[in-house]
Design a protein around this ligand. Structure first.
Ligand SMILES: [Zn+2]
Length: 422
């Protein structure tokens, strides 16, 4: 028999504390969809589903006729499955990690270094920066998804400096004045913004905790008196403070855009872009790396100097942070989320109700396929036998293999696919 190059996976779940709990979690729903025998505990967080070969969550091969038990082991044995270009460009490793995230409480404000900085940081502080790779990320909303991304337009930051005296106190009069007078001069604005952010981030703990308590007290009182607190971004401030009391990251909402993605909308987090996920479910794809520099809303290590030096201080609107997806010119069912990095591309495949037989086209890259909605029987010349595909099913597809779906659900099918289009 031919070598088996297409097979189903059982993927790793991460029960991080910030995840949505029980069946509120999209991750849990997908797990139980893919395996009706899976037990979901009603009081346990289901934060992430990892679809890939990362050593901390290597997917299990769901076919005991294959001698290797995990995807990582299988790829190590058959690196040709990656496709020749991907295999050469990424040293025989799957270049991406594909995920589903269900976020209940905010994740730390963070940025990821570019390759050059990642190599320097890893050499200097391997305990904080575990590898030398960059970590671009793409998040595609499955449900309404809230996050922080990139520096706000300067006018908005100046507005908060005026409306929120506690924030102004941390930035200081000099830096705030420098930002105000820089308007219209891009280079000076970027320098002034860096100064303002660095001043705030390097405040002594006692100082910012006092200001934060003052701010929370004021907003709470104003809210109780029926006043509109939107000029202080009151609702979001109180929400983050309830999750991370006394954390400097609470003030970052005055610097960073609050971005809301509707289902299907995406944001791409390139190198040095400050961001945080706040609430919702999303598909995520990233380059294989763990390098994260944190800026608050966390109990983990914060490297203020590295963070303040590296960030992209380019003010831009929240709407500009929505990544433009495009229709695949070759296939009307496919929407492409193709970021400006070689490591990964994500495709959303929507098979309409009228189409009963659909072919997932071959690409010159290994790919991972996740069913979000719908049922089908998948057939491939490179599979042992037909595979039943339903909500939560995950399929590994080697390079240059196609998969035929015979759709049985009446309302069509929605899948996401990750691959690397070099
Ligand atoms: Zn990130």
């Amino acid at each position: 028999m031919e070598e088996v190059r297409v097979f189903p996976l059982t993927c790793a779940v991460q029960n991080y504390a910030w995840g949505k709990v029980g069946l509120d979690s999209e991750v849990a729903k997908l797990v139980v969809g893919g395996d009706p025998l899976a037990v979901i505990e009603g009081d346990k967080p289901y934060a992430e589903l990892w679809m890939g070969a990362h050593p901390k969550g290597d997917a299990q091969i769901k076919d005991n006729r294959i001698p290797q038990t995990t995807l990582g082991q299988w790829i190590a044995h058959y690196p040709g499955c990656l496709g020749s270009k991907v295999k050469d460009a990424f040293q025989g490793q799957l270049p991406f990690l594909f995920k589903v995230l269900s976020v209940n409480t905010a994740l730390s404000i963070q940025a990821h270094p570019n390759k050059e900085l990642a190599a320097t940081l890893h050499a200097q502080f391997p305990e904080h920066y575990p590898d030398n790779n960059h970590k671009p990320e793409m998040a595609i909303a499955l449900t309404r998804f809230q996050g922080l991304c990139g520096f706000r337009p300067v006018e908005e930051i100046l507005g908060f400096l005026q409306a929120v005296p506690e924030f102004h106190a941390l930035v200081g009069r000099d830096a705030a004045e420098e930002l105000r007078s820089s308007v219209g001069d891009e280079v000076r604005t970027s320098q002034a913004l860096k100064k303002c952010f660095s001043k705030m981030m390097s405040c002594e703990k006692k100082v910012f905790v006092d200001e934060l308590n003052e701010l929370v007290k004021r907003i709470t009182e104003e809210g109780a008196a029926g006043k509109d607190t939107s000029s202080s971004n009151g609702d979001l401030l109180l929400r983050l403070h309830s999750q991370y009391p006394g954390d400097i990251g609470c003030f970052s909402i005055y610097f960073l855009n609050y971005v809301v993605l509707e289902p299907g909308q995406a944001m791409f987090l390139g190198a040095n872009e400050p961001h945080a996920y706040i609430y919702g479910d999303c598909i995520e794809c990233m380059a294989c790396s763990d390098n994260t520099v944190r800026a608050g809303l966390t109990r983990k290590y914060i490297d203020v100097n590295t963070l303040c030096e590296m960030l992209n201080y380019k003010p831009a609107s929240a709407s500009s942070k929505i990544f433009p997806c495009v229709q695949d010119p070759a296939d009307p069912c496919v929407t492409l989320y193709d970021p400006p990095v070689p490591d990964f591309t994500v495709m959303k495949i929507q098979v309409p109700a009228s189409v009963k037989d659909y072919t997932v086209a071959s690409v010159d890259s290994a790919s991972i396929l996740l069913v979000i909605e719908g049922d089908a029987t998948a057939a491939s010349a490179a599979a042992f036998s037909d595979v039943t595909m339903r909500r939560g099913s995950v399929l590994f597809v080697s390079a240059n293999e196609s998969v035929s779906l015979h759709v049985s659900s009446p309302s069509g099918m929605t899948l996401f696919r990750a691959c690397s289009l070099l």
